[in-house]
Design a protein around this ligand. Sequence first.
Ligand code: UDP
Length: 240
Amino acid sequence: MTTASYRRIVLKLSGEALSGEQGFGIEPNVIQSIASQVKEIAELGVEVAIVVGGGNIWRGKVGSEMGMDRANADYMGMLATIMNALAFQDSLENFGIPTRVQTSIEMRQVAEPYIRRKAIRHLEKKRVVIFAAGTGNPYFSTDTTAALRAAEIEADVILMAKNNVDGVYTADPKFNKDAKKYDELSYMEVLNEGLGVMDSTASSLCMDNNIPLLVFSVTQEGNIKRAVLGEKIGTVIRRK
Ligand code: UDP
């Protein structure tokens, strides 16, 4: 009998992770592969909360670089995460996993508003909860959302699923073949060395609230389960 190392997790899925090779839009095969991996861990009894990004559709920063008002551009980014959340909910439900989407910006016709206690109740009833629309505030990221929600629901860990890299490296492995993968890091090292794991707001929030983070590749089938079973994959970041 396999036992999970965690009771409750936050899985951070970037928009890029849902778009697969093409890097844009939503790729049904990729979503299905990730949903089937989520099914595996839900069947282990792990309580699963998911924070979805939106970078496969729109990033606020890009809009503001084109001359848009930053807050407006960020709201568009938050709306993009809702589209991803609905797509992922659909895929999870096709696998028979009861799933609820909660949004930080109210959109009652399509999803529940974010209510912390209700989210926890869903998790206790073994429903997967997808948190969409980020924090609901411009100038933040969905990585920060993952840190915030993980603290609020008292998750044991954040699993940060990447689609093109299997952990944190000394340099970008795509461009530098001498780049070495870290097995473990502290949040202070991530912040001091400016390692591109997550933005500094998200790293600080994780550090201050003592939330460990595992960065790993979701492209390899079964990796979410490996992560949940505590196998040594990816890079672990914690407060030291
Ligand atoms: N965003 C925001 N506030 C939040 C979360 C997200 O304004 O709390 C916006 C921001 O414009 C961001 C976009 O939503 O660029 C998509 O989120 P993110 O870039 O974090 O997605 P990911 O990189 O994970 O795909």
